[in-house]
Ligand binder design. Structure first.
Ligand SMILES: [Fe+2]
Ligand SMILES: [Fe+2]
Length: 367
């Protein structure tokens, strides 16, 4: 295995275990590829798979082998048959829980774009974005960014799994969206890099996967469902539906996140990630609903219910995520698993961040 000279982009450092199955997987990954015990995970059936720490970390450990991999772990684990079998054992209760959460299959009566619009209109999740805009303190904002770092540092990657699985209009639409997400090929405009600037401005570790130990199962679940949809071709409709729901519910919350950071005294380098999404996602939501999901349904009409399933599942897990943060904060507690992130270093103190002495660069700083 090779170790990159620059660790910011991965592989991620191995996290700590959260139960017997994740402990067994972590123990195995530290050694050369070998067969896992045949009964490992066969009867995995936790009461609430979406918030089960051991199950969600196990899934994340398995899925990450297909993204950047794990630091110090043999890359051949990616296709080790018993690791894939364990992943299947862990996916079964997770997918079943997602389908229970969404309820009976959703059939779009007036086309997928209208069905998606209906789902989004009915989505009355906890007011996380409004809280971050108006009331959250710096510690809470840093917690929010810490949770989201798991996704944003690899922003768009899970949906890229759909590209080789599509042809025709849906593929063209997905390329159009992903091109923006990847900054039109410019490193300093890639959304993941814009988010790295936000992390840095908030005094948080910008290394890929640096915050895994801090985030709870529900945060891992928001990521694992994208990987579940992305790594199974049979779920390509759900993957596109998830992306559409994501884009259709992004523009206003991102405006609020940016305003929240400005209220806390941060500059435009810190808010650029959110500001960028206000306009970009207002465009993306149209492409995603009509060209991407509508295009898929025109070519493969049988996938229309899957599109709505993926959208509804994404919205539902996001509601659980938002509820977790707000409930913890209302109780005066941290939403993270470990103690709050370390204090701000002097270079990013509020006074400095708000000071005119810090002239924002014309373009995002790639750190
Ligand atoms: Fe983005
Ligand atoms: Fe977008």
């Amino acid at each position: 295995m090779s170790e990159p000279a620059d660790r910011r982009y991965g592989p991620a450092p191995l996290p700590r275990p959260r139960g017997p199955i994740s402990a067994a997987v972590l123990g195995a990954l530290r050694r050369p590829p070998h067969d896992l015990p045949p009964d490992l995970g066969v009867d995995l059936d936790p009461a609430d798979p979406i918030t089960d720490e051991d199950l969600q970390l196990t899934l994340f450990l398995c899925y990450e082998l297909h993204y950047r991999g794990w630091r110090g772990v043999d890359e051949a684990w990616e296709w080790q048959p018993t690791m894939l079998a364990l992943r299947a054992h862990a996916e079964r209760p997770f997918e079943a829980a997602l389908r229970r959460l969404v309820g009976s299959p959703l059939v779009p009566a007036a086309g997928v774009a209208a069905g998606l619009a209906e789902l989004v209109a009915a989505d009355d999740g906890p007011p996380l974005a409004a809280t971050l805009q108006r009331r959250a303190d710096l510690t809470q904002f840093r917690e929010f960014v810490t949770h989201r770092s798991v996704y944003h540092l690899r922003e768009a990657d899970p949906h890229s799994w759909a590209l080789p699985r599509l042809g025709g209009p849906a593929k063209a639409a997905l390329v159009e969206i992903q091109t923006d997400e990847y900054g039109n090929g410019r490193l300093d405009r890639m959304h993941a890099e814009l988010f790295r600037c936000t992390l840095q401005r908030l005094g948080l570790d910008t290394t890929y996967g640096a915050h895994l130990d801090e985030v709870p199962a529900v945060t891992l679940a928001t990521n694992n469902l994208m990987s579940l949809f992305g790594l199974h071709r049979r779920l390509r409709g759900a993957l596109l539906g998830h992306l559409a729901a994501f884009e259709m519910t992004s523009s206003l919350p991102n405006r609020r996140y940016g305003n929240g950071l400005r209220r806390l005294g941060f500059d435009e380098v810190a808010t650029r990630f959110y500001d960028e999404h206000v306009e970009a996602d207002a465009v993306h939501e149209q492409i995603a609903a009509h060209d991407l999901c509508g295009g898929l349904a025109r070519v493969e009409p049988a996938l229309a219910p899957d599109v709505l399933f993926g959208a509804a599942a994404g919205l539902a897990v996001d509601r659980l995520f938002a509820g977790h943060l707000l409930d913890r904060w209302a109780a005066g507690r941290s939403s993270l698993r470990s103690p709050a992130p370390p204090p701000l270093p002097p270079t990013v103190s509020l006074a400095v961040a708000a000071s005119a002495a810090v002239a924002p660069p014309a373009r995002p700083v790639v750190v």
